[in-house]
Design a protein around this ligand. Structure first.
Ligand SMILES: NC(=O)c1ccc[n+]([C@@H]2O[C@H](COP(=O)([O-])OP(=O)(O)OC[C@H]3O[C@@H](n4cnc5c(N)ncnc54)[C@H](OP(=O)(O)O)[C@@H]3O)[C@@H](O)[C@H]2O)c1
Length: 413
């Protein structure tokens, strides 16, 4: 029943992120991407195809009853990137077929297969990928049914399980700790470092309405980029020692391997203030020296504690996967029924035309001689009877099939 459904995929589970890039369909714009996908679909005779690329997965979902592994995988990805060797492709690509393909799609949509279980972003990416391929006429009935089922199942997993309940990123946990301090949105925040982690911190600060952020970084341009996103100010790291405006919260996160905020520097940026300060240090190793924490009035939020909490929350999410899988099993059973129903519906579409053909064959060939000798009223009666029979007989298989389809199905084909 599900044999035509297939997924070819490369994910963070079996390969490194750098390797995943090699399987991406490169393109300069949407027109080029469309043309490349259309060419792939035509080259491999795929009835339907959908393509998803994220930073940790490349996935082709397609419907084809003729594709046969193992050469298919190599040929397919060599068409995308001719520099890939057969060995490299075999090592990194997984092919799912039939029920396994449906299961994988449902697990991806529900974020069970994600790098961070419970991250809902994948569902949005999947839907956008489908919408795009559908607009480009790369998909049809089969993938429509598969995607509809996957979206419904994923939404139920997100609402009925606690898969995404507890934050698992140290940055979101740090901001949660900051919010617990009840500092107002106007609180004076100094941010030291402007790398990837602090870019994320800045997004969370903006989302929570913090409006008074000053960024210091070795490379001024990076500090400026973050400051612009927060309507804040930016300075070079060297200028931190001369900063005289005081602060309420200090967020430090750089790639330095020893403390960049020592006691001497800290006293300078205190600018004579004595109130309690919040310090968030997300660097590994810590970038705020121990002396600062020991000698001053601070609420210290540091990465080790947050990491432990993140791990605890990750384990919690993993436990919820069992519940999610049980839900997905129910939805997969519905998917099989939906595919079967659609197949029967498509087959039944031919019934009226077939019935009409039988009637016309009987009237114009088999019984032609006998009909030709009938008078007008007899011929008219016969035609009316034949029309009546055609109509009634056409309805019978449709009625029977509808009754059969209404019965619940839970067995996988
Ligand atoms: N990425 C994560 O998911 C994550 C999560 C938690 C903690 N961390 C930790 O956060 C720290 C930063 O990670 P990241 O991913 O944000 O790094 P990143 O993107 O490489 O950025 C590093 C930042 O640190 C600055 N920096 C590097 N060496 C410095 C030095 N000696 N003195 C002053 N500034 C220096 C860089 O300044 P320039 O712009 O001038 O180069 C840049 O702003 C690391 O300790 C990491 O372990 C990362």
């Amino acid at each position: 029943m599900l044999n035509g459904f297939k997924i070819l995929t490369v994910t963070h589970r079996q390969t490194s992120l750098q390797h995943i890039e090699k399987f991406v369909v490169t393109h300069s714009d949407e027109t080029v991407l469309r043309a490349r996908l259309e060419a792939l679909k035509a080259e491999f005779g795929l009835a339907e195809m959908m393509y998803l690329a994220t930073c940790n997965r490349v996935m082709f979902l397609f419907y084809s009853e003729t594709v046969s592994p193992p050469n298919f995988q190599s040929n397919f990805f060599q068409h995308i990137n001719p520099s890939l060797s057969e060995h490299f492709i075999t090592e990194n690509v997984t092919l799912y077929e039939g029920r396994a393909a449906a299961e994988h799609l449902y697990r991806v949509a529900s974020s069970i297969d994600s790098l961070v279980v419970g991250e809902r972003e994948i569902l949005r990416q999947l839907r956008e990928a489908y919408d795009r391929c559908q607009q480009w006429s790369l998909t049809a009935d089969h993938l429509r049914i598969a995607m509809q089922g996957a979206v419904v199942a994923a939404k139920e997993v997100y609402t009925e399980t606690r898969l995404g309940d507890k934050p698992v990123s140290v940055v979101s946990l740090a901001i949660r700790e900051l919010l617990k301090t009840k500092l107002p949105n106007s609180t004076r925040i100094l941010m030291v470092g402007a790398g990837q982690t602090n870019i994320l911190v800045a997004k969370f600060l903006a989302k929570n309405g913090f409006q008074n952020v000053t960024v210091f970084n070795r490379t001024l341009e990076r500090a400026q980029r973050i400051a612009i996103s927060l309507n804040g100010r930016a300075f070079g790291f060297d200028e931190l020692a001369d900063y005289k405006e005081g602060f309420d919260c200090l967020i430090v996160c750089t790639g330095a391997t020893k403390a960049v905020v020592d006691n001497q520097l800290y006293i300078k940026i205190l600018a004579g203030e004595t109130g309690k300060k919040v310090i968030i240090d997300l660097s590994v190793p810590n970038n705020v020296c121990k002396e600062v924490v020991a000698n001053h009035n601070v609420h210290f939020i540091e990465i080790e504690g947050l990491r432990a909490l993140a791990q605890e929350n990750r384990s919690f999410r993993e436990q919820e996967v069992t519940v999610a899988n049980e839900l997905l099993d129910l939805h997969l059973a519905e998917f099989v029924a939906a595919v079967r129903n659609r197949r029967i519906e498509r087959a039944l579409h031919q019934v009226p035309a077939e019935m009409k053909a039988v009637k016309e064959y009987a009237m114009n060939k088999v019984f032609k001689k006998e009909i030709d000798v009938l008078d007008d009223s007899a011929r008219e009666l016969l035609e009316r009877m034949m029309d009546f029979m055609e109509k009634k007989c056409t309805g019978i298989p449709i009625k029977v099939a509808k009754e059969a389809l209404a019965k619940p199905t839970s067995v996988f084909a």
